[in-house]
Design a protein around this ligand. Structure first.
Ligand code: AMP
Length: 194
């Protein structure tokens, strides 16, 4: 299974991707987490992307696609993956299509987690207090939301036009509630493919 967990910043993609990956026994692949690990380890890539993440802008596609491809080559991703925060541009979605085609794999489903903006901001500010992410503040959030609307939302239309199903899920509710909605959406997508 290869599932994309799609949604705005603060929609709960990370938490839900962890649960979904565990449920299906597949890899949880988060480009944001990979970038944060590079920053933490103070690698060259980390130094390059740190100011980009802090501002709320997107890391250039080429760099992002490269890190994603190397992660998908790990053996734990051979049985499947939940992609969290990737693709964020149409160019990334096209690169993913090419990569999967080369490996004779197919995208199972795109789960679109919907959460109203005011709920998103509250969640982000709460996460700032809990986790201390450099991009969890009002300014970076405003930037991330506008980047999401302009560059990332068009990815949904890209998938709607392709054969891949997009399943809309209400992301407001408890972690467990949203998790069961997502599982039902994945089942429904799997059912449609049989
Ligand atoms: P996330 O943890 O998914 O919210 O990502 C945090 C930040 O990492 C984003 O605001 C971007 O700066 C960067 N990032 C993560 N994934 C991508 C991606 N697919 N394309 C470009 N930048 C990304």
């Amino acid at each position: 299974m290869i599932a994309i967990l799609f949604g705005p910043p603060g929609a709960g993609k990370g938490t839900q991707a962890t649960l979904l990956a565990r449920h299906f026994g597949v890899a949880h692949v988060s480009t944001g987490a990979m970038f944060r690990a590079e920053i933490e380890a103070q690698t060259m890539l980390g130094h390059e992307v740190a100011p980009i993440l802090a501002s709320g802008a997107l890391v250039p596609d080429e760099l992002t696609v490269r890190i994603l491809e190397s992660r998908m080559d790990h053996k734990d991703a051979a049985g499947g993956a939940v992609l969290d925060g990737f693709p964020r541009t149409v160019a990334q979605a096209q690169a993913l299509d090419r990569m999967l085609a080369q490996q004779a794999r197919e995208l199972t489903v795109v789960i679109n987690v919907n959460v109203p903006d005011e709920v998103l901001l509250n969640r982000i500010l709460k996460r700032a207090a809990d986790e201390g992410r450099t991009d969890d503040n009002r300014e970076a959030f405003a930037k991330r939301i506008s980047v999401y609307r302009q560059q990332t939302e068009p990815v949904l239309d890209y998938y709607k036009q392709a054969r891949t199903g997009v399943e809309d899920v209400d992301g407001v509710g408890s972690i467990e509630e949203v998790n069961s909605r997502i599982l039902a959406a994945v089942e429904s997508a799997n059912g449609q493919r049989v």
